[in-house]
Design a protein around this ligand. Structure first.
Ligand SMILES: Cc1ncc(COP(=O)(O)O)c(C=O)c1O
Length: 379
């Protein structure tokens, strides 16, 4: 045990030396410009009230699900919520997983045992990488958001391929050219899978970008998470009945894990009830994205990323430099986090800024002033 613990300590020391050491912290009293709670559902009193009403209405359901979905974990409630989610997103079926991470791991590890290739955008999320690693497929990256690069990879293949993309990229906040990618996948008979973790609740009146573009029938599967704009927890794969049955039989992250709690299912039910009546024509968050973009135009010497979604960022090369800017902004009362390498490629370290429905114009203006001041001090 002593020898292993020394190795553990050495690994931690290495991280500290490289400036990549991570630690858990709680933040209070700062303005949230970092969480994924884009629409403010995680702090919504209305949602809390609805969940507590639903708890009373469904008083016969227990706390935990008591088992894996294939054993005692399944319930009427689970199936009802899945139908609600599928209908909302214009999908044939939905299969709920305990998290978006579990869903991607289950999806890619199982499909990657029958498909010969998994072709993926080079900036695809870590959970897809972990799923791919558990598969037996040959893994082929293509350049980020580059349809020509995808075409060139697909044209070299001689077997069944799955193509993995995100509709809104989690670290860059940019949008995938889904129409072009879907047309290419169709031409090469590849199965396109779209991770909509950061699009759900925000695009297509909450339904995501696939629905917004009317591509539901061109996409083999979609991942929607309940954990970001919906402020809850868990995820669902939207797909046809064939794939749903396949996942129930082969997705190990579903089969060998106790299914989510009934409380979580009720929360998902309630947030979808609210989403389906949300007034998308008048969201503050859309106004704030415009304000941020406009204000940044007047700021010289800043490399902004994103601009089409609430995920925005400013490149500040170097782990030490980006950490210093984030610390100064936190001191000013703004909760922003530095994204360091190797999470993002060296030289593209950044302050990731997420806007929310509950942020105000004054807060956004204050944030930009604080950013300018911090950057001037770092040099
Ligand atoms: C693109 C993307 N996919 C999947 C996930 C995993 O979702 P969850 O947080 O629900 O596990 C995340 C979360 O960071 C993500 O950004």
């Amino acid at each position: 045990m002593k020898r292993l613990d020394e190795l553990v300590a050495a690994k931690l020391a290495q991280r500290k030396e490289e400036g990549t050491f991570r630690s858990l912290k709680t933040v209070e009293g700062q303005v949230d410009f970092t969480s994924n709670d884009y629409l403010g559902f995680a702090r919504s009193l209305e949602l809390k009230r609805r969940i507590s009403d639903a708890e009373k209405q469904f008083s016969e359901v227990g706390v935990g699900s008591t088992g894996s979905r294939l054993l005692t974990g399944n319930s009427e409630l689970a199936e009802q919520v899945e139908r609600q989610v599928a209908d909302f997103h214009h999908a044939q079926t939905a299969l709920i997983f305990n998290s978006g991470y579990d869903a991607n791991v289950g999806l890619y590890s199982s499909l990657g045992r029958i498909a010969k290739y998994i072709v993926y955008d080079e900036l695809i999320h870590a959970s897809v990488h972990d799923g791919m690693r558990l598969s037996r497929a040959e893994l082929k990256p293509f350049k980020h958001n580059d349809a020509e690069s995808l075409r060139s990879v697909l044209s070299e293949l001689d077997g069944t391929a799955v193509v993995a993309v995100e509709s809104v990229y989690s670290m860059d906040g940019d949008l995938a050219p889904l129409r072009e990618l879907a047309a290419l996948c169709k031409a090469f008979d590849a199965a396109l899978i779209v991770d909509e973790a950061h699009a759900v609740g925000l695009f297509g009146e909450g339904r995501g970008r696939v629905s917004e573009l009317g591509l539901e029938d061109e996409v083999y599967a979609r991942l929607v998470t309940f954990s970001k704009a919906l402020g809850c927890h868990g995820a669902a794969v939207l797909c046809n009945d064939n794939l749903r049955q396949f996942l129930v039989n082969h997705a190990r992250s579903l089969i060998f894990s106790t299914f989510t709690s009934n409380h979580s299912l009720l929360a998902v039910k309630c947030v979808y009830d609210m989403l389906s009546v949300c007034n998308y024509s008048n969201l503050n968050i859309s106004h704030l994205i415009g304000l941020f973009n406009q204000s940044m135009k007047g700021v010289s010497g800043i490399r902004q990323i994103g601009g089409e979604s609430p995920i925005l960022g400013v490149i500040i090369a170097g782990n030490a430099e980006v950490r210093a800017v984030a610390a100064a902004m936190q001191n000013d009362g703004f909760d922003v986090r530095p994204i360091v390498s190797p999470t993002v490629p060296k030289g593209t370290e950044r302050i990731r800024i997420c806007l929310h429905e509950f942020n105000t114009e004054e807060e956004v203006k204050g944030l930009i002033q604080s950013l300018q001041k911090a950057m001037a001090n770092v040099g």
